[in-house]
Design a binder for this molecule. Structure first.
Ligand code: TTP
Ligand code: MG
Length: 683
């Protein structure tokens, strides 16, 4: 009956209701998109979530109109000028093309779901999702046929697929299997870059050369070795750069691979018809704007519309778009990316003897200081890396007001960072200094995020009960200027590779504009030059005094006040990113400001764990993360207003199949605390 209704001539309001849920992931090609749209529409209609989605849609429409008007105002002379600018830039970018490296991107298939199926083979062939009725982390390929996908509320998924089996998340298991895959990756590239638990970038140039073997052969071999070691399948993409390798790994999912040869023609042909949405960093909003304003649907069209892009977007955004049009992407090796920092680390047998740990720290500080002095370096950001006895990698950082290089200074600040972690059993300690004195970093400001900021802050850490919600950490995720460097955070052994080097070609070109009515954020608007000005004017700033007061409720948050002379907020500047939406006013007197970066850190504990429900979403899942925080806020507002949480958006039941009821307690502890609505808004 539902089907026939959708086929009738009745108005179909859901057709213009686009959420992340209707964006296909691998395995969803044959899905009835309209049906998914309708179910999502009907299930959320009238809810706060729905209202927010509508506001976001309206905002995008307004944005498109606004940009169209600006584009229409460009005179022939303007366009001819910008055409020259674009042509020049295209030539410059083209000259940076490096076809000498072979990159492999590997991504596990339906990772969490596949791991769960390994431990319970009875799930095989049945539609299942990992997560709960409120949110699912992923779905297996059987469930995807129904339109069920990651980051979708479980009750919507269940509506789409009534037989859907829910399995609670078990991060320990995923980490265990992730470690097994990483051991395999290591054999092909010891400097591999892990982007999340289930994906990694490997520079396989050397191994291909050494073994006189093609990228395709390495991909085959690596995939079968991963399968042997784990029983899980993965997919791989091989290409001349990381951006393309990632696109390629999705092409033949699941359990497949796609190779794009290191050949200029092949790259251009590949890119010519590639939909822009396939590119990491181009999400729904960017896609809508590019399509709606300039009619750009494929990567190649970025080049054709170069004059408009150069006229209307900031330099770095225009560069990114033109690079996409040329099929360029990051090719540098991890070693090269270390140039912006200097580090030293030591592995030892696991110990929890604090005195011993301090001694090791002192040795490392000594070595690091010697290296820095050899190179005449001093830096402002100090990062402590720890690997626990159970192989969990954590990083904690502090940005200081003065540059340091002496072992005494390094040790003093490093000790403070370590102290906050004790007691702890460690097998590795590392120290890194970055933000060197020749850097001209400007820390990002807080563009108009009053509402969301306060919401995130009020997601009170002291109420959280997840396993390791230790601190704000050093994690550098800034949803709005995410570059590849941030994609590893503390999930992996190799995470330090990612932190300090902006990769202009893998930046997520997203930003938030939070107009007062919009619960959450809208992406992509940072791209527009005009917004840089307007949002500066309206930037809402949150006094950290207030925040500090709240954070002191949680002893685990003390890292935000490491010492008197430290800047109280953990941040690492992104000097490589010239496209700041807001230049933060210098922090004079007692005034300090929260940037989006810090907001992100507050919401995403350790850079990847949701502070409200414990779901783990690394920064590479930009859209999913945004959707997730939107969802929580809508959920809370909804509950507040309805008193009982009676809306269709808020599931009252948590359905977990009997077999898994044992794990229910574990999930319960992730349930969010409910705060009064006032706490979400700055009065
Ligand atoms: P993905 O690689 O995006 O998804 P997947 O591995 O489940 O499926 P496939 O790659 O075959 O398309 O994400 C990896 C894991 O990250 C996923 O299994 C669960 C987790 N995750 C979330 O928790 N929330 C999310 O929104 C997404 C997208 C992933
Ligand atoms: Mg995957």
């Amino acid at each position: 009956m539902e089907e026939s209704e959708s086929a009738s001539d009745k108005p179909r309001p859901w057709q213009s209701y686009h959420t992340i849920y209707t964006n296909a992931k691998a395995g969803m090609d044959g899905v009835d998109k309209e049906k998914v749209q309708r179910v999502v529409y009907e299930m959320s209609k009238g809810s706060k979530y729905f209202e927010n989605e509508e506001r976001k849609e309206a905002f995008i429409r307004q944005k498109i109109e606004h940009m169209r008007a600006r584009a229409a105002k460009l005179s022939a002379a303007d366009l001819s000028h910008y055409q020259k600018v674009a042509d020049k830039r295209i030539l410059e970018l083209e000259s940076t093309r490096d076809l000498s490296r072979i990159w492999l991107h590997v991504d596990m298939d339906a990772f969490y779901a596949a791991v769960e199926t390994l431990s319970n083979p009875s799930l095989k062939g049945k539609p299942m999702a990992v997560g709960s009725m409120s949110m699912i982390s992923t779905a297996n390929y059987e469930a995807r046929k129904f339109g069920v996908r990651a980051a979708m509320p479980g009750f919507i998924a269940r509506k789409l697929c009534p037989d859907l089996i829910f399995v609670p998340t078990d991060f320990k298991k995923y980490t265990y299997y992730s470690d097994l895959t990483r051991k395999v990756f290591w054999d092909y590239d010891p400097n591999f870059m892990a982007a999340s638990l289930d994906e990694a970038y490997l520079d396989i140039t050397k191994v291909c050369e050494e073994r006189s073997i093609t990228g395709a052969e390495i991909a085959e071999e690596l995939r079968s070795r991963v399968h042997e070691e784990t029983g899980l399948t993965c997919s791989a993409g091989v290409a001349p750069n990381r951006l393309l390798a990632k696109v390629c790994s999705d092409i033949n999912k699941p359990n497949g691979q796609f190779v794009l040869p290191n050949d200029h023609m092949a790259v251009m042909t590949f890119i010519s018809s590639l939909p822009i949405r396939k590119i990491g960093g181009i999400g729904k909003v960017t896609e809508n704007i590019l399509k709606g304003v300039f009619g750009i649907s494929t990567c190649e069209e970025m080049l054709q519309k170069g004059s408009f892009l150069c006229a209307l977007f900031s330099h770095s955004s225009a560069d990114f778009f033109l690079s996409v049009g040329l099929g360029l992407g990051g090719t540098d090796t991890p070693e090269a990316r270390f140039r912006k920092s200097i580090s030293s680390e030591r592995t030892f047998s696991a110990t929890e003897d604090a005195a011993l740990l301090y001694q090791k720290l002192a040795d490392i500080a000594e070595m690091l200081s010697a290296d820095m002095q050899k190179e005449g370096l001093s830096g402002r950001t100090l990062t402590l890396k720890l690997k626990t006895a159970s192989f969990e990698v954590r990083t904690r950082a502090v940005t200081l007001q003065k540059y340091i290089s002496s072992s005494d200074d390094i040790l003093k600040h490093a000790s403070n960072l370590l102290k906050a972690e004790l007691p702890i059993s460690l097998r590795l300690i590392g120290l890194r200094v970055s933000h060197f004195n020749e850097d001209k970093g400007v820390v990002p400001g807080d563009p108009t995020q009053k509402t969301l900021t306060t919401f995130l802050i009020s997601g009170d850490a002291s109420r959280r009960t997840g396993d390791d919600q230790r601190s704000l950490g050093s994690d550098l995720s800034d949803l709005h200027f995410i570059s590849e460097k941030e994609t590893a955070i503390s999930l992996d052994n190799n995470e330090t590779c990612h932190h300090e080097f902006g990769d202009p070609f893998e930046r997520k070109h997203l930003s938030d504009i939070d107009d007062k009515n919009c619960i959450s954020s809208i992406n992509a608007c940072e791209m527009e030059k005009i917004d840089e000005l307007s949002s500066n004017k309206t930037a809402a700033m949150v006094n950290t005094a207030d925040v500090k007061e709240r954070t002191t409720k949680s002893p685990k948050r003390d890292l935000s006040r490491v010492s008197e002379d430290d800047s109280s907020i953990q941040r690492e500047p992104e000097d490589s990113n010239p496209d700041r939406l807001n230049k933060e006013p210098s922090t004079s007197g007692n005034e300090e400001f929260f940037s989006l970066n810090q907001m992100e850190m507050l919401f995403w504990v350790d850079g990847y764990k949701c502070s409200l429900c414990g779901a783990e979403l690394p920064p590479s899942f930009v859209e999913e993360r945004q959707e997730h925080s939107d969802f929580h806020l809508a959920e809370r507002l909804q509950k507040e207003e309805s008193g009982t949480g009676s809306s269709s958006l808020i599931p009252r039941l948590r359905i977990v199949p009997k077999d898994y009821s044992g794990s229910q307690n574990r999930r319960k502890k992730h349930k969010s605390a409910h705060l009064p609505i006032d706490s979400f808004f700055t009065k």
